[in-house]
Design a protein around this ligand. Structure first.
Ligand SMILES: Cc1ncc(COP(=O)(O)O)c(C=O)c1O
Length: 447
């Protein structure tokens, strides 16, 4: 008799092949978490290079203590949605603090960043509207499109001209047009040329939503992200974000300066039909958020660390993402070498994220690091050293690769490298407007 799981046979096979070459990421279990950048894995002290813990705030005393206090006084969870069970004082306070942080009119909390995108985008774009999304969007944005009744149009990754052509075709149609971009793309760490997108959104009377998941705390003098960095905050209609990276906990949000945002609370299914964030999470998020604007030294350290890692790997001859950013991805096209490098690094006490097709652009195999201000220069130097050693042993890099590789300049808080260098996807000529992508690459699986 057939099984409901039969359809997963190819995936199972792929997973078995991966495991046969060493480990599988889903089976790894850290025995001890020592700090934001170190854990014990298989009895070995291991440097965590794929943390997303950009400012290293997960062990921040004030945030930890606020969470403990909230647990004791308000309990372990809210056990329901705010629509059904009402809000706690912390929910409202955090929304006000988020709105003040961004200098926007209002903010809405969601239980995760995934749900923030799902809930905001699906609610904002209704039946007669158009969603215009970057082809390399995060899975949460693709899933939001599925939940929305709007028509979905994809434009080429980081390509404002391509977006403009698509908007031109919509001239004369009555629905609202909502453009969605991300500040720093999570797989390769490349950044959106935001000013160009802002110009287009203004020219065509469209709305612009930016997901600042990987740039909150990372970019801008006050850590508000790419919009602040590029000086375009007043031109942005909606910002979504997450507490799971720089804020060091879990949760998500939507902020906007537009009047009338509160109606989203009554139409957004991922807001209405799930339990609200627990008091301990809200309490720690409030404490960490309050420190973001003043975390200038941490931001500088973060960018120094990113520069050290990016330039170290580049000088060794590795193929990396196109832009220097705190997300540093080694690109490989040989699956066996990618998996061997990932396993070899773990054996040597360095943990990176292994990202496989179809979740990756261009069918690449990526060893992705998301660096932290809490990494020490010694940890990064060690990571580069073992990567180089194993990379050479595996024939991924050679001495002549290393001699050819140039290095990138330290961006002034990211500015020098921000907008620009984005490589062309081999399939980038596709003008398709469907959500189905060319062979092998499934952007809807982006993590
Ligand atoms: C660009 C982007 N948006 C949204 C999310 C979802 O965030 P969360 O982990 O809070 O669900 C992520 C997480 O990886 C992300 O990279």
């Amino acid at each position: 008799m057939s099984s409901i799981f039969d359809k997963f046979a190819p995936l199972k096979e792929q997973h078995a092949a991966l495991t046969a070459l060493g480990r599988s990421p889903d089976q790894l279990q850290f025995e001890d978490i020592i700090s934001p950048t170190e854990a014990v894995l298989n009895g070995k002290r291991t440097i965590l290079m794929g943390t997303n813990n950009y400012l290293g705030m997960t062990f921040d005393d004030t945030s930890v203590n606020a969470a403990i206090e909230a647990l004791k006084t308000e309990g372990t969870g809210t056990t329901g949605s705010r629509i059904a069970n009402g809000s706690y004082e912390g929910h409202k306070a955090l929304e006000e603090e988020l709105a003040a942080f961004y200098d926007m009119r209002s903010a809405i909390l969601f239980s995760t960043g995934y749900q923030a995108n799902l809930g905001a985008i699906s609610a904002l774009a209704g039946r007669d509207d158009y969603l215009l999304i970057d082809a390399d969007s995060h899975a949460s944005i693709y899933d939001a499109c599925r939940l929305s009744d709007a028509q979905v149009i994809r434009f080429r990754h980081n390509d404002p001209d391509n977006l403009e052509r698509k908007l031109k075709r919509l001239e004369g149609t009555s629905g609202s047009k909502l453009i969605i971009v991300e500040s720093i793309y999570s797989m390769l760490g490349d950044m959106v040329p935001l000013k160009a997108f802002v110009e287009i959104k203004k020219k065509y009377g469209a709305y612009l939503l930016i997901d600042e998941a990987h740039s909150l705390g990372v970019l801008g003098e006050k850590g508000r992200g790419l919009c602040e960095h590029d000086g375009v905050e007043k031109d942005i209609d909606f910002i979504t974000g997450t507490f799971s990276k720089s804020i060091g906990t879990v949760g998500g949000f939507l902020v906007s300066n537009l009047p009338g945002m509160d109606i989203i609370r009554f139409v957004s299914r991922p807001y209405m039909f799930t339990a609200s964030p627990p008091p301990s999470v809200v309490a720690s998020a409030r404490q960490t958020l309050a420190k973001i604007a003043g975390a200038t030294d941490k931001r500088k350290q973060l960018w120094d660390n990113a520069t050290q890692l990016y330039n170290g790997l580049k000088a060794a001859g590795f193929e990396l993402g196109p832009t220097l950013s705190p997300i540093v991805a080694i690109r490989l096209s040989d699956p066996e070498k990618a998996i061997a490098l990932w396993n070899g690094l773990i054996d040597a006490g360095v943990y990176t994220n292994l990202a496989l097709p179809p979740a990756t652009p261009f069918g690449w195999y990526l060893l992705r690091s998301s660096i932290s201000a809490a990494h020490t220069p010694e940890q990064i130097a060690l990571a580069v050293e073992v990567c180089t050693k194993i990379g050479r042993e595996l024939g991924i890099i050679t001495l002549s690769n290393s001699q050819k590789a140039g290095v990138s300049k330290h961006p002034d808080n990211g500015s020098a490298q921000l907008n620009g260098a984005s490589e062309t996807h081999p399939d980038a000529t596709s003008e398709t407007e469907s959500l189905v992508t060319p062979t092998g690459d499934d952007p809807a699986a982006r993590v």
